[in-house]
Write a new protein. Structure first.
Length: 442
């Protein structure tokens, strides 16, 4: 007897609602930029392989900044990378959508901000999380520690990429301060990094004790594995400088420049922005001044003051002693940073003493570090880009034709996105950024 086979109908697969998560809700880019930061998009759906899910941008609130077609996704599994090629300056909200099996969808909003195009965009990298970069020290492996003059946070960045810091350190508690030190200069000897505050009044001419701070950190490791440990601090260098200048006939007007009510960034103000050691020395350090300049300094020259026992000032709290002031012809500009390489070749980043100086000229000068020897201009720097040039990361071999140097801007007062908001006042850290750029020396 034949028994008929029983056919069981296949049950329809039921898929759950897909899920989507963004590694950040805010993202910054720049028009024409290379290697802008990306956001990770993590997707999933019960009953489905993540590789079968489709991720897209379904809407943009302002297509003149970035439209759906300007967004690309890479990766094929549960985690995709979202990148935006900005077409215009400003803000837009991008609706990021995952479409799962069975047609179900889920969305998240990415708030995106794009800054304007800059000169040589292929050489530009954007260091996000802070806009007020003020000093930088190379720690090997293509990484640098960058200071911020609006906080006491030191940030470790990959110099070759745009994006957030790899690691951060805040030494406020060890320094015994609750306000910013106004870090403006730094240099490294061996595994010790020396940092200096501006030593000047705040912008309203008020004395703020934390600004009169120099301190050290110790580096261990290098590159992405670099770590910093707090060393020691000294908080009387400003007073030592004023007393030294008084004893020498008030040649540089330090007492007047530090008086209550005197703003630091004026031609006869008082503001330190550079720090580097003298040739062949681990004890004498040069303080480079943004102010004062002419007429206080004869001939409109920039001022460098040697601290002849700087190592002992930090090691034991010894009162600072000084050598004769060094007056340098930087074409009417002042010192914004000063750095040297292992061969004793110095680069000086020169800029205006003025507070609002983004449109004023900047230049790079080569020097041998010897008082009485004149610096030589190696490059003029563009002034049309947002932010002021503020830090030299490291000095290349200046005898090599076509040597290139990486500089970083302080973009804190820049209107990055065209809405009138200064970068340092932006609500979201991901939208704050300084720019690092490479320049070829003539």
């Amino acid at each position: 007897m034949l028994v008929a086979a029983l056919t069981v109908p296949a049950q329809a697969v039921t898929y759950g609602t897909p899920t989507i998560a963004l590694s950040a809700s805010y993202l910054s880019g720049a028009v024409g930029a290379t290697g802008d930061p990306v956001v990770d998009v993590t997707v999933g759906q019960s009953g489905a392989d993540a590789s079968a899910l489709t991720v897209s941008v379904s809407a943009s609130s302002r297509t003149s900044v970035a439209a759906a077609g300007d967004v690309t996704f890479t990766g094929a599994g549960a985690v995709r990378q979202l990148a935006v090629a900005a077409r215009g300056r400003g803000y837009t909200n991008l609706t990021v959508k995952v479409t799962g099996l069975g047609g179900k969808t889920a969305t998240r909003t990415l708030s995106y901000a794009a800054s304007a195009a800059v000169q040589n965009p292929a050489d530009a990298r954007y260091l996000t999380g802070s806009a007020d970069a003020s000093a930088a020290v190379d720690v090997g492996g293509g990484y640098a520690v960058v200071a911020d003059d609006e906080s006491n946070v030191l940030r470790l960045y990959d110099r070759s990429r745009s994006g957030a810091p790899v690691r951060t350190w805040d030494f406020s508690s060890q320094l015994g301060v609750s306000k910013e030190v106004d870090i403006e200069g730094a240099t490294r000897i061996g595994n010790t990094i020396y940092w200096t505050g501006s030593l000047g009044n705040n912008k309203d001419g008020e004395y703020k004790a934390p600004r009169n701070t120099v301190f050290t950190t110790t580096v261990s490791g290098s590159g992405a594995s670099a770590q910093l440990a707090y060393g020691r601090s000294y908080k009387k260098l400003r007073e030592d400088l004023v007393a030294w200048d008084k004893a020498n006939g008030n040649r540089y007007g330090f007492a007047a420049g530090t008086a209550q009510g005197e703003a630091p960034k004026q031609i006869d103000g008082f503001n330190v922005e550079g720090l580097e050691f003298a040739p062949g020395s681990t004890s004498t350090a040069y303080l480079g001044f943004r102010a004062p300049l002419a007429p206080v300094v004869p001939g409109g020259k920039a001022l460098v003051v040697p601290v002849t026992n700087f190592d002992q000032v930090l090691a034991s709290g010894a009162k600072a002693t000084f050598g004769a002031g060094v007056e340098l012809d930087l074409g009417g500009l002042s010192v914004r940073d000063i750095r040297k390489n292992a061969a004793g070749q110095y680069l000086i980043l020169a800029g205006s003493w003025a507070a609002d100086d983004n449109s004023d000229p900047y230049a790079l000068y080569q020097w041998d570090g010897v008082p009485g020897h004149a610096p030589v201009k190696r490059a003029d720097l563009p002034t049309t880009d947002p932010g002021g040039w503020e830090a030299i990361v490291e000095v290349p071999d200046l005898t090599v034709a076509g040597a290139r140097v990486q500089l970083i801007t302080d973009s804190g007062s820049a209107d990055l996105y065209g809405d009138g908001t200064e970068a340092k006042d932006l609500t979201h850290a991901e939208w704050k950024k300084a720019r690092a750029a490479w320049f070829t020396l003539g």
